[in-house]
Design a protein around this ligand. Structure first.
Ligand code: HEM
Ligand SMILES: *[C@@H]1O[C@H](CO)[C@@H](O)[C@H](O)[C@H]1NC(C)=O
Ligand SMILES: *[C@@H]1O[C@H](CO)[C@@H](O)[C@H](O)[C@H]1NC(C)=O
Ligand SMILES: CC(=O)N[C@H]1CO[C@H](CO)[C@@H](O)[C@@H]1O
Length: 498
């Protein structure tokens, strides 16, 4: 066969071929993943997987502290297979999201999200689509807050229903999750769909369950693997398929409601968000570039539904849990409410000033609950710099809100629930290192709404109940990590107050 033949044989041998291909790919990946010049520092990376294992699957926000200690306030990670930085500290967060907001206003596109949403809607869209959808949603939220029934009245009405439903538990142990979820969701449903859903409505409960499950499963191992290897994972079974299936069902639900709206649509009477949006679509019929079309209507609606339900309801659940765990604090809240508005008067945001202690407690719940620990990811929209480092377009940006909310330099007892953090001489004190809604152009669009909801729902609960652990049970602050940090499944007793 001769020498050449032997070499050729060796080269063509399947195993050798495979080995060669893998070596080549690893080398190419290594070249690709070497840090460019003046890039922020960070830990070593595995080819393909990047820092997947450093960030891990669970409690990842707690695990990487050592890197911040070692590398400083801007650390480069390969998160999944995307080059990313984690920013720590208020000065850098301000530099990025306020002073250089144009360059940091995008959202990254993850394969899981891309497959479902395809850049539509409000939360995950970019550029012109995002600008138009955001402006429209903000206006709509404002308008439906000023309509015949103010937003505050809608929330008060819903809080009334929620309190009635919790009374039915007669002080016995119950899991508050789905009733609270339903109530909170109804506020956004009344804005977007023009209706609320009864807590006994099986179909709606099922939708809320699908939403909850999708949010949880999107952080699962299979979904993360899909984000790295979509071309493989799309052929494999796993929890990512649940995410797709659930969103498909949620989409159908909204599409169905939109069909109903179209059927009895009257351009002169705008009942809700969907009506207003249909009007916008008809205005822009001749404009091929307009982002106001049905696909964006579905996703903007679902985005409001999604962002407006899970977050606020999770925060309220943390609130009740903290009250049950800190009975002295709960007692002080009761006393302040009894003194200022009593147990019967409907709570309104106008009373915020005169309820400083309760207001401080709600803020402390948000600080400790810390439900979005690394913020919602952003992406660098155009080559830029941060803290003097070069950040190329396409870099994913995570901001460490946990570091801010647990900073020992900012908070007297960073790891303990303590409303005094937000009080000074008995008055409410605003804190700069408190950013649960983030800041800048792309900050939470529902902040006003969320704050009003938290205030009214929480006070309504406190007017009527004392929250306690069930007899012989110990409550814990353990959390479940999905897209948000939520309390683990638990039961509470809501004992009616005399
Ligand atoms: C306690 C409740 C809530 C918390 C802690 C929260 C937090 C956040 C955070 C951290 C972001 C990412 C901001 C950024 O990238 O800088 C966000 C975005 C968003 N939130 Fe909220 N949120 C809450 C309630 C709500 C409610 C009630 C709505 C309903 C209208 C809502 C709608 C949105 C939307 C649409 C976005 C995406 C904005 C965009 O990409 O332009 N949120 N929220
Ligand atoms: C965020 O900050 C917390 C608290 O300092 C720290 O434990 C955690 O490791 C940090 N996470 C990241 C991703 O930097
Ligand atoms: C439509 O969008 C494209 C690309 O953004 C732009 O070049 C074009 O001028 C736009 N056309 C109209 C009619 O606005
Ligand atoms: C993309 C686009 O042209 N949108 C337009 C739709 O109609 C409204 C009202 O006429 C305009 O303000 C938008 O610019």
């Amino acid at each position: 066969m001769g020498f050449l033949g032997a070499v050729l044989w060796a080269v063509l041998h399947p195993q050798t071929l495979l080995l060669g291909a893998v070596t080549f790919l690893l080398f190419a990946d290594f070249l690709k993943s070497r840090r460019p010049k003046n890039y922020p520092p960070g830990p070593w990376r595995l080819p393909f997987l990047g820092n997947f294992f450093h960030l891990g699957f669970e409690q990842s926000h707690l695990r990487v502290q050592r890197f911040v200690k070692k590398y400083g306030n801007i650390v480069n990670f390969e998160f999944r297979n995307v080059s990313s930085v984690v920013i720590t500290g208020l000065p850098l967060i301000r530099e990025a999201f306020i002073h250089k907001d144009q360059n940091f206003a995008n959202r990254p596109v993850f394969p899981v999200r891309e497959r479902i949403i395809k850049g539509h809607g409000l939360i995950m869209s970019n550029g012109q689509v995002w600008k138009e959808q955001r402006r429209f949603a903000l206006t709509a939220l404002r308008n439906f807050g000023l309509g015949r029934k103010s937003l505050e009245e809608r929330i008060q009405e819903e809080a009334y229903h929620l309190v009635e439903a919790v009374k039915e538990e007669n002080g016995q142990p119950f899991d508050p999750h789905f009733k609270i979820n339903n109530a909170v969701s109804n506020v956004i449903c009344s804005i977007t769909f023009g209706k609320r859903f009864e807590y006994q409505d099986g179909e709606f409960q099922e939708l809320l369950r699908l939403l909850d499950e999708a949010t949880y499963m999107e952080a699962s191992v299979a979904s993360q693997l899909y984000n790295i290897f979509p071309w493989i994972m799309k052929f494999l079974p796993g929890s990512h398929t649940t995410v797709f299936r659930n969103w498909e069902k949620l989409k159908l639900f909204v599409a169905h409601i939109i069909e109903n709206h179209k059927r009895d649509w009257n351009p002169d009477e705008t009942r809700d968000f969907i009506d207003a949006y249909l009007k916008e679509i008809s205005k822009n019929a001749s404009n091929a570039n307009s982002s106001f079309h049905e696909e964006n209507l579905i996703w903007s609606t679902l985005d409001l539904f999604f962002a407006g339900t899970e977050t606020t309801s999770t925060t309220l659940r943390w609130g009740l849990l903290y009250m049950a765990l800190y009975p002295d604090i709960q007692e002080k809240v009761h006393a302040e409410i009894d003194r200022v508005i009593g147990q019967e008067q409907l709570p309104s945001v106008a009373a915020r000033e005169s309820l400083p202690y309760t207001n401080a407690v709600i803020h402390e719940v948000q600080r400790m609950g810390n439900i979005i620990p690394l913020n919602v990811p952003r992406e660098v929209a155009a080559d830029t710099t941060l803290a003097g480092y070069h950040l190329p377009k396409g870099t994913m940006v995570l901001t460490n809100l946990t570091a801010l909310h647990r900073d020992p330099a900012e908070w007297a007892t960073p790891d303990t629930f303590n409303p005094e953090h937000f009080l000074e001489n008995g008055q409410f004190k605003k804190r700069e290192a408190f950013l649960p809604f983030s800041i800048g152009k792309r900050a939470c669009l529902g902040e006003q709404l969320a704050r009003t909801e938290l205030f009214i729902f929480f006070i309504s609960f406190m007017q009527k109940f004392t929250f306690k652990a069930p007899d012989n049970e110990k409550l814990s602050l353990e959390f479940r990590e999905g897209l948000t940090l939520t309390p683990v499944k638990h039961q509470l007793c809501a004992v009616p107050r005399g």
